[in-house]
Design a protein around this ligand. Structure first.
Ligand code: NDP
Length: 330
């Protein structure tokens, strides 16, 4: 029940300033999208979060509908806080989001004021918190006026239930419009959460430049392509892997011979750098100046440890870049 954090936890982590805000985020952050639901082993969930904090990972990312079932990852995290981590609350950056389907009917999805205010209240209850550090709008809403959604982010901050605001999956133009609205309101819009990894480089086509120009932090999710860019699938599809255990977002059919061929060649480059493939993949996203943090998921304590090991070698030679680009283009 009692948890005392490692006293050396701040010795090796790298912290990057998040945009032009007052806070820094760890170069590696941990998300609770998968493997933290009520069906998962609680002791393993707790061990991963505690080990992460012991290694200097101060940022934990949630959303209203992480589980399954929806809401249960926030409950798991609330229980971990209650069993010791909460005494370190002022050393933690905890985020949550709303924007995807959460409860039935027209008020539990997308970007209305009705949804975002109720959802944050529910998230706080599930985690047993008075406030989150970052509250995100989880995805663009094609129907609700952006002004309504942004005014609600502002209200969630003004009410003291969130310290900072962010958006996820917004394209460059929408991000710029959100920025302008929030700037006028005086809301601390400090962070954007897009997906980014070697297999999915969409943010290189405009978003990263927009974020740099506006001085908004970028925390990139699925930097390991949900496990594809690790040693997980090199030889087989393990029975305890996301592809076999879950299969909703990463399907066995996604693991094609064409992809595996690239993964194996990337693994050779990683070996040449004395890194695991996961470490190479994390160093690769962190090479971008605009990237504040790589937001990983994990199913085991060792994966968290391995990820933090990426910080031992973040540099690439030109040859390595060219080889990686060549493999990815193939
Ligand atoms: P990753 O790309 O990091 O994939 C995580 C998976 O990779 C793990 O579950 C594990 O797979 C495998 N893995 C992790 N580390 C290692 C390692 N060192 N060696 C071998 N395998 C490893 O990220 P996620 O897709 O999990 O996303 C991370 C977070 O991003 C989420 O938890 C969430 O917070 C956020 N997110 C945000 C979204 C948004 O819309 N804003 C959408 C999706 C995610 P296995 O389980 O098979 O062991």
């Amino acid at each position: 029940m009692n948890y005392t954090a490692n006293k050396d936890r701040y010795n090796n982590m790298k912290y990057n300033r998040c945009g032009n805000s007052g806070i820094k985020l760890p170069a590696i952050s941990l998300g609770l999208w998968h493997n933290f639901g009520s069906k998962d082993n609680f002791e393993n969930c707790k061990a991963m979060v505690q080990r992460a904090f012991d290694l200097g990972i101060t940022h934990f990312d949630l959303a209203n509908n992480y589980g399954p079932p929806y809401g249960s990852a926030e409950e798991t995290f609330g229980k971990i806080l209650k069993e010791g981590l909460k005494s370190y609350r002022d050393e933690l950056i905890i985020s949550t989001k709303a924007g995807w389907d959460m409860w039935p009917g027209p008020y539990g999805n997308f970007g209305s004021r009705k949804y975002l205010i109720a959802s944050l209240d529910q998230s706080l209850k599930r985690m047993g918190l008075e406030y989150v550090d970052i509250f995100y709008h989880h995805r663009p809403d094609p129907e609700t006026k952006l002004e309504e959604t942004m005014h609600t982010l502002d209200q969630n901050v003004r009410s003291g239930k969130a310290l900072y605001a962010g958006v996820s999956q917004y394209g460059p133009e929408l991000t710029r419009r959100a920025y302008e609205i929030l700037l006028n309101l005086g809301t601390p819009f400090i962070i954007h959460q897009p997906n980014y990894n070697m297999f999915d480089r969409w943010i290189e086509n405009g978003l990263l430049n927009t974020l740099s120009e506006l001085n908004i932090g970028a925390i990139v999710f699925s930097p390991l392509a949900q496990g594809l860019l690790t040693n997980r699938y090199l030889n087989e599809i393990p029975s305890d892997s996301r592809a076999l255990k879950d299969g909703r977002f990463l399907k066995p059919s996604d693991i094609t011979e064409h992809k595996l061929n690239k993964i194996r060649r990337l693994n050779e480059i990683a070996q040449g750098r004395n890194q695991s493939l996961a470490q190479l993949s994390l160093a690769w996203v962190l090479r971008q100046k605009a990237v504040t943090s790589a937001l990983i998921g994990a199913s085991k304590v060792e994966q968290v440890e391995d990820a933090v090991g990426a910080l031992n070698n973040l540099n690439f030679s030109h040859d390595e870049f060219n080889m990686i680009d060549g493999i990815l283009a193939g």
